[in-house]
Design a protein around this ligand. Structure first.
Ligand SMILES: NC(=O)c1ccc[n+]([C@@H]2O[C@H](COP(=O)([O-])OP(=O)(O)OC[C@H]3O[C@@H](n4cnc5c(N)ncnc54)[C@H](OP(=O)(O)O)[C@@H]3O)[C@@H](O)[C@H]2O)c1
Length: 331
């Protein structure tokens, strides 16, 4: 074969993407320059994040431009190399887009051990999705034995790994998946303690019944109705691993209400605070701040109302913005 075929973006999809949004472009086979490698694509990774790349809405990564080759990771085989570390026949993984062949700088490729695992796994369980599950549980989930962990898209590329890792940590692990067949596999093959079919069951009722002790860790992959069912069941100090919200990726506009996709995009950390949880902070703060109050460098203002009988009115005012600074009643 002396041609390379690439799929380029023809126009931005409305709703679900389809073949009509892309164009197959045939070009002569490219040749590698100095330090470059020509590869043939064996497996292309297909990932939910790609929907975001097709839209020109602000995100954490640049969208694909009209006429550009669609981005994506792939596993390939080296056909020709002008780089000392690669020889024909080597298997590699890298971000090379939706095309049959590509010329890539050697530095952008990782060589794979053909004997260690099937090559396709470097795009799934051993690749980006598996790493996502591992990173989410390690860096955010901090799962402890005996805790209840809920994982949405439980049998997907990320979820299937997350479920097994949470089981290894000794948690009680509940999956949410679409359909009886996926739920059966979640329990029989992946070891989930239970699995809720969000397409066939009332998710609110089923999740409540399956998590009688609440939820300690939620691995969020989907958003939408599943996320809404999780919120009321979260235990004190629960952790939400905000990985993705695939239920919304085809929407033209974000769903109404607080849209937590910003948490994923901006790596936000949202954490509740109850001051009395850390009583030691009171004395610590007084010691730190009293000198600043004394020397005038920590400024404050007070609204003082006289008379115990005016306390209810003072409360009403503080709720309505009638105070300027700290509201006090003087007796
Ligand atoms: N933050 C990161 O760095 C990062 C990295 C990788 C992936 N992700 C995110 O992780 C999530 C999972 O990615 P993946 O690659 O593992 O995909 P996946 O789970 O293999 O595939 C997506 C699954 O989402 C579920 N789904 C789709 N629409 C849904 C809806 N309306 N309600 C509930 N579930 C729905 C479907 O499973 P069911 O049939 O079981 O419902 C579908 O199979 C995505 O949100 C993705 O964007 C984030």
């Amino acid at each position: 074969m002396d041609k390379r075929i690439s799929l380029t973006l023809k126009h931005r999809p409305t709703g679900a993407p389809s073949a009509a949004d892309f164009e197959a472009v045939e070009q002569p086979m490219p040749m590698p320059g100095p330090g470059e490698v020509l590869t043939r694509t064996l497996f292309l990774s297909i990932d939910p994040y790609m929907r975001g790349r097709l839209s020109d809405r602000a995100s954490y990564a640049k969208p694909v431009q009209i006429g550009e080759v669609m981005t994506g990771e792939s596993v390939g085989e080296v056909l020709a190399s002008n780089a000392p570390d690669f020889v024909p026949g080597d298997a590699v993984v890298g971000s090379r887009g939706w095309q049959t062949h590509s010329v890539t700088p050697a530095a952008a490729l990782v060589k794979l051990d053909r004997g260690a695992a099937p090559l396709s796994t470097y795009l799934g369980v051993l690749g980006m999705p598996g790493t996502t599950a591992y990173s989410g549980l390690t860096d955010i989930g901090h799962v402890r034995a005996g805790e209840t962990v809920v994982i949405s898209a439980a049998t997907g590329a990320v979820g299937s790994v997350a479920g097994q890792l949470a089981k290894r940590a000794g948690a009680r692990v509940i999956g949410v998946a679409g359909g009886a067949e996926k739920c059966l596999w979640a329990q029989e093959a992946l070891g989930y303690d239970d699995c809720i079919d969000h397409r066939g069951m009332d998710i609110d009722v089923a999740l409540k019944a399956t998590c009688p002790d609440g939820i300690d860790v939620y691995f969020e992959n989907v958003g939408g109705a599943v996320q809404a069912a999780v919120w009321p069941l979260l235990n004190p100090h629960a952790r939400m691993i905000m990985c993705g919200m695939v239920a919304e990726y085809n929407h033209q506009r974000p769903a109404p209400g607080p849209n937590l996709m910003a948490v994923v995009r901006q790596r936000l950390r949202i954490e509740g605070l109850i001051v009395s949880d850390k009583p030691e902070r009171f004395a610590e703060w007084r010691a730190l701040a009293a000198p600043w109050v004394a020397d005038g460098s920590l400024r404050y203002r007070e609204t003082i109302i006289d008379g115990l009988e005016n306390a209810p009115d003072a409360l009403a005012q503080v709720l309505a913005g009638g105070n300027f600074g700290k509201m006090l009643v003087r007796l």
